[in-house]
Design a protein around this ligand. Structure first.
Ligand code: ARG
Length: 471
């Protein structure tokens, strides 16, 4: 505690006593909103410049304020400045430091702003900065997936629907789909950023300010777009927070699906891939174990990311008019989503980059389970048989092979002919893995050439992401 020194409070004039301990404990937010401190300093700096332009600070005072803010920013960055238990929130803590350095001059900066426009502005700056970090981590994961997909553009793999062998595919095709899903997440983040980059400054507590201020200039100083057009909306709007949490949850869901595939692929039953030692863990009791914890944590954390979104939406539901203190609950879900994604994404990248696939095992498994039955049907169609009949004939082949406990390509020419007069020996040409996969050469299809086409623009997209989201 600060001993007998009166705590700095941003309110209090009309109160005979300070808050009770339980009230103060409930109200306090510095233990989490201190993350906003560097952004509160930036925002205070821009606000001071604007006060000076409005004639409310002299040039000389502005220089002093900016110097003090630079000192505070350094203190925050090095950890020399931390909040005291008496600081109600990050804004109080920054103002206390200004008062300590500047005396009465520090008290001039509250003119024309309120914590209501301030907190939303700081929070937008924080979230935008972290969205950049998330986007760059997504690009790293895409790069790892791309390298594997390119290396396995011609590796045959079982393709599933309903987790049952459906048709053979190429592994590069399967891995490539995750790159596309993540690309849509990046697009969503880009769309979100446009709406997040609006400035609430100038809204004051709710109604705007009477001091002849210039919200456009502050917005520009902070790298934000236009100020929000309605000051009551400006302090109450958290759509952009919910949207960010949705994008975060969607990224989490995508990672959970990739994670689930890795868990299956590295199981003994599948045996398609092996985890690198650096990206797996052992068991405290079973010496042989090698567990896919990265993938499992990705799958598990997606639940919590969804929870962050659902929780915020519940907080927002039914909130009346402008700012309500409920809105203080908007920050922890975002901090958590940011922190969890920045933990999971690099680990997923490391795991995917080092995963080793067993090509022989994949190729052996790919046509099993009568996965070439569609190839027989389509071969018949190319020979003029209506698909309805072709489907029946191919089904009869499956029934025959199943009853003999053999695979489709093991049926003899005579057996095939006895099933249907259309099944001449030529049908064997599509009953091979390379023949089947190469024949699916439609746009977006699984043929190795098509897969290489799908992957080709990806390195350029990754480069663009890095360019657009760094700085
Ligand atoms: N800590 C508060 C928050 O996060 C700052 C705004 C407080 N505004 C107020 N009128 N009490 O929302």
């Amino acid at each position: 505690m600060t001993g007998d020194v009166e705590p700095t409070r941003l309110w209090g004039g009309r109160f005979a006593s300070g808050p009770s301990d339980a009230m103060a404990a409930l109200s306090a937010s510095t233990h989490f909103d201190w993350r906003l401190a560097p952004f509160d300093v930036l925002q205070t700096k821009a606000h001071a410049s604007m006060l000076c332009r409005a004639g409310l600070l002299t040039e000389d005072e502005l220089v002093k304020v900016h110097a003090a803010l630079a000192e505070i920013a350094l203190g925050i960055a090095t950890g020399a400045i931390v909040p005291t238990p008496d600081d109600e929130d990050v804004h109080t803590a920054v103002e206390r430091n200004l008062l300590e350095l500047l005396g009465d001059l520090g008290g001039k900066l509250r003119a024309g702003r309120s914590r209501n426009d301030q907190v939303s502005t700081d929070f937008r700056l924080y979230t935008r900065a972290n969205a950049r970090a998330i986007a760059l981590e997504i690009a790293n994961l895409q790069e790892a997936l791309l390298a594997q997909a390119v290396a396995h553009a011609e590796t045959y793999s079982p393709g599933f629907t309903h987790l049952q062998h459906a048709q053979p595919v190429t592994l590069g095709h399967e891995l490539g789909k995750h790159i596309h899903a993540l690309q849509r997440d990046l697009e969503r983040l880009g769309d979100w950023d446009v709406r997040a980059a609006r400035s609430p400054m100038g809204a004051g507590a709710l109604a705007g300010a009477s001091l002849g201020l210039d919200p456009h200039a502050v917005a520009k100083d902070l790298g934000l777009g236009e100020p929000l057009a309605n000051s009551i909306d400006a302090v109450g709007d958290r759509d952009w927070v919910a949207e960010f949490l949705f994008v975060g949850a969607m990224i989490g869901v995508h990672l959970s699906r990739l994670g689930e595939e890795v868990i299956l692929m590295t199981s003994r039953e599948f045996g398609w891939a092996a985890l690198d030692d650096a990206w797996s863990t052992g068991s405290s009791i079973m010496p042989q174990k090698k567990n896919p914890d990265v993938a499992e944590l990705a799958r598990g954390k997606s639940g919590r990311l969804i929870g962050n979104l659902a929780g915020l939406l519940a907080t927002l539901k039914g909130l009346p008019f402008g700012y309500n203190r409920d809105l203080q609950e908007d920050k922890e879900p975002v901090f958590d989503t940011v922190e969890q994604l920045l933990l999971v994404l690099p680990a997923m990248t490391g795991m995917m980059a080092t995963l080793r696939f067993d090509k022989e095992r994949l190729a052996q498994s790919a046509p099993e389970g009568f996965a070439l039955a569609t190839d027989i049907a389509e071969w018949l169609v190319r020979n003029g048989v209506p698909f309805r009949d072709a489907h029946e004939i191919a089904g009869a082949c499956v029934r025959e092979a199943e009853s003999q406990n053999i695979e489709l390509w093991e049926l003899t020419d005579a057996q095939l002919l006895s099933i249907s007069e259309y099944l001449t020996a030529d049908v064997q040409s599509v009953l091979t893995l390379p023949g089947s996969v190469a024949s699916r050469n439609s746009f977006g299809g699984t043929a190795p050439d098509r897969v290489r086409e799908q992957l080709a623009p990806m390195s350029e997209e990754i480069k663009n992401t890095r360019q657009n989201w760094s700085q």
